[in-house]
Ligand binder design. Structure first.
Ligand SMILES: Cc1cc2nc3c(=O)[nH]c(=O)nc-3n(C[C@H](O)[C@H](O)[C@H](O)COP(=O)(O)OP(=O)(O)OC[C@H]3O[C@@H](n4cnc5c(N)ncnc54)[C@H](O)[C@@H]3O)c2cc1C
Length: 460
């Protein structure tokens, strides 16, 4: 780590990584400081026994291919492959889909008997949405407009998006429409080789572009000089910089890294109303070497709840799980299988459990997941040799996101993220925020948008 840089990027989530690479490519002197021992933020992986577990590689829209090609290189884009078998199993329907507009149109028509003009009207409305549009309509009203009295259709349209970004029926409809529309263009995609390969490739690209990439480097404070960014304190050491891009949680950035007293009053008051998104739980299951899993689909959205319910989907009494099944095809040089079950969760349900109760609750979550999975893989208990659980506390610990927020802030956070440089010149924020700028695609693209703004500032 040098004594000064043009820009310090705090955090190596996909937003931070992409922003750092974009500035590095333009020959700025950049430090990427990550507090964890590993890159990737929420889009990371971990090794246990002989298994590699991907935390957030369930799927992303095809737009990621273009973004990777443009901001990382052709070798990244060529590794994007489609997730083919997406299944739903719940009390209202059992279906399989490629999760694109053509297949959804077919399903809505044939399986759900929705009139063609209603389906066309819905997709037209989604296609016309822009993030600067009127935000008074919420998703529930949008669904009510096109599919009144059809909770089964609401579930089909909403449940996967809730898993993808934690949103509910009560967020602005455009935040639903933009994310859903991204998936509908061509379906769901993944990175061939796994998250470990992608992050290795990113790390090499960053170094090739002259970015200093440092792990176990926690940024404690952003330094200001007469209201403008002057650097940051990292592991107790002052490092100079003309610009800082924070990829940490927006509220951590504002309240902890800058401090409320440094901010204009209107900005501070507005920020106080920004809500965090919810968090997640996961159960990771490693299949014994030599054992095989039958093909049960790649992405399996399951629920035993009678209808879609934004509240129930986050409950500790889990009724809804998404299973991502990783076959050897994802890492062609390996024979290994893993399953990752993901659940939406509320931080407050987990935050204050005393240690013994917390450990027991995690064990119970693993047990319930195995029991639920027996429906699809009857021999699952004899097939696994490793099981582990993550809770909102785990996500908080590894990413520092307050409340273990998995998807940044609710929609209102976007304005404060974008306006941060007006409040503190030289300070930028990127990464999951406002629902639209979350997920792999949203975070990576926001990294580029913010790096462009930082470049304008640096060259001014
Ligand atoms: C369980 C789960 C599954 C998901 N699955 C998918 C999926 O299948 N597809 C998809 O598109 N999206 C998925 N997502 C969402 C997606 O992973 C995230 O939206 C995206 O990766 C977030 O990127 P980010 O740029 O916001 O940074 P984050 O991933 O939030 O990373 C922020 C980084 O900043 C670091 N940091 C914070 N503070 C400091 C500090 N003070 N000093 C140094 N470093 C700091 C953290 O350690 C972290 O590495 C999932 C999320 C979760 C939780």
């Amino acid at each position: 780590m040098k004594d000064s840089y043009d820009a310090i990027v705090i955090g190596s989530g996909l937003g931070g990584l992409t922003a750092a690479n974009r500035l590095g490519r333009s020959s700025y002197r950049v430090l990427l400081a990550e507090q964890h021992s590993q890159l990737g933020g929420l889009a990371t992986y971990f090794r246990r026994k002989s298994h590699i577990f991907d935390v957030a590689l369930h799927g992303f829209p095809i737009g990621m291919k273009k973004s990777l090609r443009k901001y990382w290189g052709d070798d990244f884009a060529e590794r994007i492959v489609q997730v083919k078998r997406i299944r739903f199993d719940n009390p209202q329907f059992q279906i399989e889909t490629t999760f694109d507009m053509q297949d959804f149109t077919r399903l809505l028509r044939e399986r759900f008997s929705v009139p063609a003009e209603q389906i066309g009207g819905f997709f037209d409305a989604i296609g016309r949405m822009n993030f600067y549009d009127d935000q008074t309509e919420v998703t529930r009203q949008l669904f009510d407009r096109f599919f009144p009295g059809r909770p089964d259709v609401w579930r089909l349209l909403m449940e996967p998006i809730t898993y993808a970004n934690g949103s509910s029926l009560f967020e602005p409809a455009i935040s639903y429409g933009i994310v859903f529309g991204n998936f509908m263009s061509k379906g769901v995609y993944t990175f061939l080789g796994g998250t470990d390969l992608m992050l290795d490739m990113m790390s090499q690209a960053l170094r090739a572009n002259g970015v200093d990439c440092e792990t176990e480097c926690r940024v404690e404070r952003v330094l200001l000089d007469r209201g403008r960014v002057a650097g940051a304190v990292i592991n107790g050491r002052e490092i100079g910089a003309r610009a800082v891009i924070s990829n940490g949680n927006l509220l951590n950035t504002i309240h902890d890294l800058v401090g409320d007293s440094q901010l204009p009053e209107a900005f501070r008051t507005g920020c106080a109303k920004v809500r965090l998104s919810n968090s997640s739980c996961q159960v990771y299951l490693g299949i014994k070497p030599g054992e095989k899993l039958e093909d049960i689909g790649d992405l399996l959205f399951t629920s035993t709840h009678p209808e879609f319910d934004s509240d129930a989907i986050c409950s500790r009494q889990v009724t809804s799980r998404t299973y991502s099944v990783y076959y050897p095809t994802i890492r062609p040089d390996s024979e290994r299988y893993t399953i990752v079950a993901s659940m939406n969760a509320r931080y407050e349900d987990w935050a204050n459990l005393p240690q013994p109760e917390y450990r027991a609750a995690k064990q119970q979550m693993i047990e319930h997941t195995l029991a639920a999975l027996e429906k699809y893989v009857p021999r699952i208990r004899t097939l696994i040799d490793y099981a582990e659980a993550a809770t909102p506390r785990t996500f908080e610990r590894y990413t520092l996101h307050r409340n273990g927020a998995s998807f940044g802030t609710k929609f209102e956070g976007l304005q404060y993220s974008m306006d941060l440089p007006k409040a503190v010149p030289g300070l930028f924020h990127t990464g999951s925020v406002g629902i639209i700028m979350s997920g792999w695609l949203g975070s990576a693209n926001y990294g580029v948008i913010v790096a462009n703004e930082a470049e304008k500032y640096l060259s001014a």
